[in-house]
Write a protein that binds this ligand. Sequence first.
Ligand SMILES: *[C@@H]1O[C@H](CO)[C@@H](O)[C@H](O)[C@H]1NC(C)=O
Ligand SMILES: *[C@@H]1O[C@H](CO)[C@@H](O)[C@H](O)[C@H]1NC(C)=O
Ligand SMILES: *[C@@H]1O[C@H](CO)[C@@H](O)[C@H](O)[C@H]1NC(C)=O
Ligand SMILES: *[C@@H]1O[C@H](CO)[C@@H](O)[C@H](O)[C@H]1NC(C)=O
Length: 504
Amino acid sequence: MPTHAKLRVFSLGEVEVPVGIFINNEWVEASSSETFSTTNPATGEKSLDFAHASKEDVDKAVKAARKAFKTTWGNNIQATKRAAVLFKLADLMERDTERLAALESITTGKGIRMVRTTELADSIACLRYYAGLADKLHGQTITSFGKEKFVYTVHQPIGVCGQIIPWNDPIMMWAWKVAPALAAGCTLVLKPSELTPLTALLMCDLAKEAGIPAGVLNTLPGFGSTTGDAIARHMNIDKVAFTGSVVTGRRISIAAAESNLKKVNLELGGKSPILVFDSADVEEAANWTALAIWFNSGQYCCAGSRVYIQEGVYEKFITALKQRAEACAIGQPHDEKTSFGPLICETQRDKVLNYIVSGKEAGARVVTGGEKWPQSNGGFWIEPTILADTTPDMRVVKEEIFGPVIVAAPFSTEEQAVELANDTTYGLAAAVFTNDTRQVARVTSALDAGTVWCNQYAFVHPSVPFGGFKQSGTGPELGTYGMEAYMQVKAVHQNLTQRMKWPM
Ligand SMILES: *[C@@H]1O[C@H](CO)[C@@H](O)[C@H](O)[C@H]1NC(C)=O
Ligand SMILES: *[C@@H]1O[C@H](CO)[C@@H](O)[C@H](O)[C@H]1NC(C)=O
Ligand SMILES: *[C@@H]1O[C@H](CO)[C@@H](O)[C@H](O)[C@H]1NC(C)=O
Ligand SMILES: *[C@@H]1O[C@H](CO)[C@@H](O)[C@H](O)[C@H]1NC(C)=O
């Protein structure tokens, strides 16, 4: 099949886009003729056919990545050179903002303004953050041995890394994975989600233009069970980083363990709680909670999907949140006003609708929403939904829905609130709304979550680590931690005066 195809994109008209495999800075034919197609979430129509990378293609990519690691990247070039190409790549993304935003919007169904101002802007910022960090994470000198010896540590790039990225924020998840890994000196074999492979492929041409050497960034569209599995099981990949569901994360861990025990970094799901105390500013808390659950139509891992409200403000808060639900800017992706788009696919839409039915059957009160958006036509929209009066045993309270559905329940005391919040297998994020600073301190320390927002929600930044407790993951991305995750530490003991007598 050809490596490029035409796609009609909003006001851009017909655009040529890559649909093949990118290895060694070249578009190459897949080794098999297998393809898969994507669907436009806003229309339900078939969008593009992509090459389906096989195990042999993964092998080829790993060889290219290994060669680059040993010659043109990693320890072979100065960190400032890696920084320079990452800065250049950020500039190119900025130059191509309109094209990238339109393509990301049509691929995911997100409102184009949201893509431009949040995810694309954050992705560019992420590249610049790691470009700046590339030459700043050093080892230690350990001088505790007097004249006997000298010890220092060296931070070395791990090597060839597999990266498997999700469909919910394709460009941002690409940046979160690629920027720290390239800054650290690793080379990559990357698989985008089969639902949204286009973004990562578009970035290949920009990466080449920015001067990233051949073999450093290889991109292979495909399914998790084939391409993803080949990456996770590859004997010559040193690390695999994955963002997605717990079920897949577990499979990747097993594949890594059964092959070469490659290092595994997982960023998995969440069922993040929001605690609203009587003393909180209810209107402000409702605004942040609306963002927490309805940003990206609820399709992001740290969505605030459970809200617990102190009895004194329960009904008042529910009413305020209902107003926010009904004010969501639901619409078409190309419309500048839209901030609430469709779900990614039919399966996801139906899964969310089934959750809503299960909530109702279990006795939850539908405050608002609960149905397909009446103007969906063929698209996969679901109305912003609030299920109130839920109880801890309900599936809608226990399981991640990954859609625009928030469950709400009252609490009376702070102890009870913390207990409800922690009563989950996840631990990605949490939030507390209160005007009592001592309560903020107590509650933030008691919450089992990798991120805790106090009187706000959802804002992340490249300089701030982000990762999960419990089954939400295995360690933070972003910040200096995010780059250290792509480095291994070598301790060097250098003899000064120590002598060895034998036998000892
Ligand atoms: C905090 O909330 C309490 C209870 O609503 C209120 O009496 C108090 O004035 C608030 N304090 C501040 C600083 O807003
Ligand atoms: C909540 O959002 C509305 C709409 O933008 C805004 O008018 C209002 O000031 C916000 N409320 C608070 C308390 O921030
Ligand atoms: C969080 O709450 C759970 C459930 O009550 C409890 O087992 C756990 O110890 C709590 N964590 C902290 C840090 O208090
Ligand atoms: C370690 O250092 C001592 C003192 O300089 C030296 O005598 C010895 O040969 C060194 N050992 C080795 C293996 O170089």
